[in-house]
Design a binder for this molecule. Structure first.
Ligand code: CTP
Length: 216
């Protein structure tokens, strides 16, 4: 049981990204990193070599995992590409979709900064980039989705749009962001599977063993 993922390299992103406006301000989100950290730990527990690329969180580094700490989406993409090749890529991070077009080295003053019309540019989509990687696309690419309604249809559309193999859709009508539980719909090429609300650690263990079966 303990070595079901032995010899496999699993690459995971987790947490939020932080996009600087100036030295004291940034754009980010409430992702706690708990689900991604739990998945990294669960894969390591099954014997995988795990690289975890994590945005800023309050969590302790999981043991038995190589962790690369990053702040921005662009740093996260560079770290992920630098960690390839991998057998599996799991994009759990809540990447900020937009960043300020420029970040100032000096603290912006309210009277000078046009905060009301801060120009933003789109961040790279890490999941889509890795799923379309020419030379080193991992054999199994897994994305996450947060949906409040039409979970199956929206997750399936996201799977197609991102070019990944599986989508783990979180039903975020409850307290998932920052909470300890997660209700999941696993969307694969041919099927959708409901997983009852469970602690994020249990969801992680279930996903790790599903990955092991898929690779076997
Ligand atoms: N993702 C990523 N890079 C981004 C944005 C998202 O790698 N710049 C990944 C996330 O890690 C996750 C999936 O893509 O695996 C989520 O896709 P996204 O389109 O952001 O979905 P939601 O967060 O559910 O948001 P929405 O459907 O509202 O766009």
């Amino acid at each position: 049981m303990a070595d079901l993922l032995a010899g496999r390299h699993i690459l995971v992103t987790a947490g939020p990204t932080r996009e600087p406006i100036d030295p004291v301000r940034y754009i980010s989100n409430h992702s706690s990193g708990k689900q991604g950290y739990a998945i990294a730990a669960a894969c390591a527990a099954l014997g995988a070599r795990v690289t975890l690329v994590a945005g800023p969180t309050a969590l302790d580094d999981p043991s038995g995992v190589t962790i690369i700490h990053v702040e921005t989406a662009r740093d996260m993409l560079a770290a992920v590409e630098g960690a390839l090749p991998a057998d599996v890529f799991i994009a759990v991070a809540a990447v900020a979709d937009w960043r300020p077009a420029e970040s100032s080295d000096r603290k912006l003053k309210l009277d000078k900064a046009a905060f009301s019309s801060l120009p933003l540019v789109e961040n790279p989509d890490i999941l889509k980039t890795i799923a379309a990687h020419h030379d080193s696309r991992p054999g199994l690419v897994i994305g996450f989705a947060a949906e409040t309604h039409d979970v199956d249809a929206l997750a399936r559309a996201k799977r197609d749009r991102k070019g990944c193999d599986w989508i783990v859709a979180n039903d975020v009508s409850g307290d998932v962001m920052g909470g300890s539980d997660n209700a999941v719909l696993l969307v694969t090429k041919d099927a959708s599977e409901h997983w009852a609300r469970a602690p994020k650690t249990e969801v992680a263990e279930k996903l790790a063993s599903r990955i092991a079966s898929a690779l076997a």
